[in-house]
Structure formats: structure tokens, C-alpha cells
Write a protein that binds this ligand. Structure first.
Ligand code: HEM
Length: 374
């Protein structure tokens, strides 16, 4: 209904090519590879506390760097470009105040020019040029972006010029890392606090992979696991990684929304954090209750109020990749570990340090992973 302001991205390029089921199948082995690295990090902790919020950041950043820029050795292995990663975090601190005052799309479109983000831009450019020189032979998200390069694009595609390509690649890193990381961390937080939920998920995984821990956990199987997907949905409902959503502009002829007339040009914003915790749409809305997505459907009063990835034509293009990463990571972790809050976990600090920087930044989350198979 409204025009979205992040459309410096040509959505058809991403949607039709970079994130199709076939493309996701191509990416699956790379995602598996990074999940195995995350498992090694957890295994090597040998029962000591792991700052899972930091480790899942590294994991998610590695996945998108690999699929977006072709950087295979990443943060989890100690070779990754930490400078670039830190710059993104610094930039996020800028996004929220700027993004609240200005349209976020304007912000993204000037990303490569923004004063104060020079380090981000120069490192991003270097990664970008290195990947561009590899060409189209490597199948990743970037190869789909490149097929919209104005020098090579077929005429029916909107072509990217100048720094648009680089800017779009950087948007991927910002939009696709912390969101996914936060979801994995917050799901583990909820499971750590409730051993009953953890056991239920473990049982489901045992049934799906009876030769645990030897069966490879596959994308196809985890996609169909009801409880795993319920845990993920419930995490996205209570802790939406883009808590305040993005801005939209009412078309010139105006619209009536929920009984209120909005003239053309009005900026509107839909806030998933508030909507998804509203008792009008979810019963016991403040409670983490995965069963509402399985055996207790009456606890969902309006399914349309579940909008962690937004909705309509501008729904997050990376959502299926995100879900693939989250399912694989959680299934692998819970299949072989019991998870609990670390002794140094501080509830007050954890919640005090939550920040809405367009994407949600969570506080320190030390967890302990105890192997089920030693
Ligand atoms: C749990 C993880 C994720 C959540 C909750 C999430 C959520 C969102 C939301 C709410 C938007 C704004 C939509 C709008 O109103 O315009 C968005 C946009 C976007 N997301 Fe995601 N996202 C996630 C993961 C990812 C991943 C893994 C990628 C890619 C690697 C990605 C790529 C993008 C891109 C490129 C946009 C802008 C797309 C456009 O303008 O059409 N996201 N995401």
C-alpha cells in the first residue's frame, strides 16, 4: 500500500535470483560449514562460559561475508576482517538516531559517502573489488548482484551503477548478520531458562536424527521440525531483531489506516516489538510459549500480527536464508549440548544493555554448554 524507501535495491534481482530455493540449495553446504565452525567453538569451551552473543555475531557475519563477498575464512577461524565487522557495529550506533529522524532508505543510499564511516567504506570497497574480480563463476549472493551490474546486466534488469553495487553488498552485511545472530542467541537464552522446553526440542531432534550424533543435520529435515520452528517463531515474536520496523510513505492520494485518515506523504512505521507483544493478537503475549505455534493455536489471535520480517512486497529478502542458518545452528547445538546460563550472567546488565539500533543489539549473554555425548 505504501512506498518503501529502501528501494535503491532492485528487489526483483534479489528475490528472483539471489534467494530462490535453488540458490539456497547452492548455499546450504557453506552454511553447514560455518555451523560446524560454531560447534567447534562451543566444543572447545569444555564447559566454561561462552559469550554466545559475540560468537553468534561472528558466525552470522562469516555466513554473509562468505555468501556475499566470497570471504571463506572468517571471524570464527580468526582470519576474518574484524575491522570491517567493528565498523559495522560503529555504524549501527549512528543508524538509530539518524534513521529515526531521516528515512532509512536515504541513509542506506548515502552509506558509501557518509562521514565517519570511511573505515567501513574503504574496507567494504576492498572486499567488494576482490569479489568482483572473481567474476560470476562462484555461486553466491554476489554473483546475483553482479548480474545486475550495468556493464553486464541483461536489458530487462534494472542495472546498478557506480557505488550502488557496493552499497547493496554492504546493506546485505548490515541487514543479514546481527538480525540472525540475535535470533540464535535469544533462542538459546530462552532455552537456557526453561529446561522443559530444551528437553522437548532435544527429543524432537533425537527422533528426527536417530543416529545422533553421527547423522548430518540437513536443511530439508530441520525445515519440517514443528517444535524447532515453533521455538524460532516464538523467539522472533518476543524478541524481533528489527524491533521498530522500517518507515513507509503514504502514497500521494492518502489512505485510511485503522480508521485514521493519513494524507499522502505521511511517514508511517509499524513496530513489531509492540504489535507482537499485544494481547489483542497473542494470548499471554509476554510469555515465551512455543506451543502456540504447534498444539495451542488458540493462543494466536491474529497470525497477521506476526511480522518480524515485515510483510507485503518489501518483506525481508533474506528471510529464508536466515531461517536456514538459525535452524541449522540451533539443531546442531541442542542435539549434543545442554545449555544453561553462565554464573556471570547478570540479568540487569543483560536487559539494560539492549539497544535498538535499527537492529536489536542484546546485552552480554554468557552461556555454558555441557556435552551430552562425552
Ligand atoms: C532473523 C533474521 C532477519 C530478520 C528478522 C530480518 C528482518 C528484516 C526486516 C524487518 C527488513 C525490512 C523490510 C522493510 O520493511 O523494508 C529487512 C530487510 C532486508 N533484509 Fe532482512 N532480516 C533478517 C535476515 C536477513 C538476512 C540473513 C539477509 C541476507 C543475507 C537479509 C537481507 C535483507 C535485505 C537485503 C533487506 C532490504 C531488502 C529490500 O529492501 O527489499 N535479512 N529484513
Amino acid at each position: 500500500m505504501c512506498d518503501n524507501q529502501t528501494d535503491n535495491l532492485d528487489p526483483t534481482v534479489f528475490r528472483d535470483k539471489g534467494f530462490t530455493s535453488a540458490a539456497l540449495e547452492d548455499y546450504a553446504p557453506r552454511v553447514q560449514y560455518h555451523v560446524h565452525r560454531l560447534m567447534e567453538v562451543i566444543k572447545s569451551s569444555k564447559g566454561k562460559e561462552v559469550r554466545i552473543d559475540l560468537r553468534t555475531d561472528e558466525f552470522a557475519h562469516d555466513v554473509v561475508s562468505d555468501l556475499g563477498f566470497g570471504v571463506e575464512k572468517g571471524l570464527q577461524e580468526g582470519y576474518g576482517n574484524r575491522e570491517y565487522f567493528e565498523s559495522i557495529n560503529g555504524l549501527l550506533a549512528l543508524i538509530q538516531p539518524i534513521g529515526s529522524l531521516r528515512m532509512l532508505g536515504e541513509f542506506f543510499s548515502v552509506l558509501p559517502l557518509l562521514k565517519g564511516s570511511n573505515r567501513l567504506n574503504s574496507t567494504g570497497e576492498a572486499l567488494f573489488e576482490a569479489r568482483r574480480s572473481v567474476g560470476l563463476s562462484r555461486k553466491d549472493i554476489f554473483s546475483h548482484l553482479m548480474s545486475a551490474d550495468h556493464r553486464t546486466a541483461p536489458p530487462h534488469l534494472v542495472a546498478f551503477h557506480g557505488n550502488e553495487l557496493s552499497s547493496n553488498a554492504q546493506v546485505l552485511l548490515i541487514a543479514g548478520t546481527i538480525t540472525t545472530s540475535t535470533t540464535i542467541s535469544m533462542a538459546l537464552y530462552e532455552l537456557s531458562r526453561n529446561k522443559g522446553l530444551q528437553t522437548r526440542l532435544y527429543q524432537e531432534l533425537l527422533e528426527a536424527f536417530p543416529n545422533s550424533p553421527y547423522d548430518e543435520i540437513t536443511v530439508d529435515v530441520v525445515k519440517g521440525l514443528p517444535y524447532l520452528n515453533a521455538v524460532i517463531n516464538e523467539t522472533l515474536r518476543l524478541h524481533p531483531p528489527a524491533p521498530n520496523g522500517t518507515q513507509y510513505i503514504v502514497p500521494d492520494d492518502g489512505r485510511t489506516i485503522d480508521g485514521t485518515w493519513l494524507p499522502g506523504g505521511t511517514v508511517v512505521r509499524t513496530c513489531p516489538f509492540a504489535i507482537q507483544r499485544d494481547e489483542r493478537y497473542f494470548a499471554q503475549a509476554e510469555v515465551f510459549f512455543p506451543e502456540r505455534w504447534t498444539t495451542r493455536p488458540e493462543l494466536i489471535k491474529n497470525r497477521n500480527a506476526f511480522i518480524p520480517f515485515a510483510t507485503g512486497p518489501y518483506i525481508c529478502v533474506g528471510r529464508n536464508l536466515a531461517l536456514q542458518e538459525i535452524r541449522l545452528a540451533l539443531a546442531n547445538i541442542i542435539r549434543v549440548n545442554r545449555v544453561s546460563l553462565g554464573l556471570s550472567f547478570n540479568n540487569k546488565v543483560f536487559w539494560d544493555e539492549w539497544k535498538d539500533r535499527f537492529v536489536l543489539r542484546i546485552g552480554p549473554l554468557p552461556l555454558v554448554f555441557t556435552s551430552r555425548i562425552d
